[in-house]
Design a binder for this molecule. Structure first.
Ligand code: IPE
Ligand code: IPE
Ligand code: MG
Length: 242
């Protein structure tokens, strides 16, 4: 029997999927484990999901790993998350590169430690020629912050006469967003049963299909992504038309 490509034959496969990976803490709590144990298992779910996205033929996968509001967590948890990020890049880069994954970072990482910024920049440069799947990791990302940075850039351009303020349209704004090189967002998934965007991809979500699942992020896997893609394939997108 030929290998089944879940999602195919059941409507279109989304070009760009974004995931709010939520529920690591609750996953750990249910098992009387420290929150870091949930984050560690969350990294395993990332590995599985990235592989599955490539197999499903998704072009771009954007993962919300650290929000601009997550600095409000205890310093020890923030440090744990940064440590896991370092380890993920260190352990996974060769496999990602070998699998044709192009790594991108969205968000403002200027606040991160210099060596981590260098590591992330080198990882992106190392994989920049890859074409199979773009993996965008959202780090110190907030949709409002992204729009503020875009507005500031446009204002600076207008001040020096590079653009006419009257010429600013949706296209010019989009060209300033961190996601400018990614395809339009098709499907936005949030795990753990919460039904909010928590400042993720506010502009890009304008016509994305939203899917909220109760699965806690550490339990998310290839089958869960395939089910989400199948659900997307049954949606009727109208964009305001008929
Ligand atoms: C998501 O899991 C991971 C990050 C936000 C970094 P949480 O840590 O938010 O898990 P819950 O929501 O407390 O269960
Ligand atoms: C959103 O999850 C951020 C990430 C998944 C990185 P949070 O757990 O931080 O969101 P809230 O605080 O419940 O809205
Ligand atoms: Mg949470």
């Amino acid at each position: 029997m030929p290998a089944e490509r879940p999602g195919s034959g059941a409507g279109p496969v989304p070009r760009h999927v974004a995931i709010i990976m939520d529920g690591n803490g609750r996953w750990a709590k249910k098992r009387h484990l420290p929150r870091i144990a949930g984050h560690r298992r969350g990294v395993e779910a990332v590995r599985a999901t990235v592989r599955a996205a490539g197999d499903l033929g998704i072009e771009a996968l954007t993962l919300y790993a650290f929000s601009s509001e997550n600095w409000r967590r205890p310093a020890a948890e923030v440090a744990d998350l940064m440590g896991l990020l370092r380890r993920y890049i260190r352990d996974e880069l060769e496999e990602l590169a070998g699998n044709g994954v192009k790594l991108k970072i969205i968000g403002d990482i200027s606040r991160f430690d210099d060596d981590l910024v260098t590591m992330l920049e080198q990882a992106c440069a190392r994989t920049s020629g890859n074409r199979q799947l773009t993996l965008a990791i959202a780090l110190n990302y907030g949709g409002q912050d992204e729009l503020v940075r875009a507005a500031r850039g446009l204002a600076l351009d207008a001040r020096v006469g590079r653009i006419d303020p009257a010429a600013i349209d949706a296209e010019l704004v989009e060209a300033r967003l961190d996601t400018r090189e990614l395809p339009p967002l098709d499907l936005l998934i949030r795990t753990s049963g919460e039904r909010r965007l928590s400042n993720f991809l506010l502009w890009q979500a304008a016509y994305a299909e939203l899917l909220f699942v109760d699965t806690l992020w550490p339990d998310f896997d290839q089958a869960a992504l395939a089910a989400a893609v199948a659900d997307f394939g049954r949606r009727d997108r109208r964009y305001g038309g008929l």
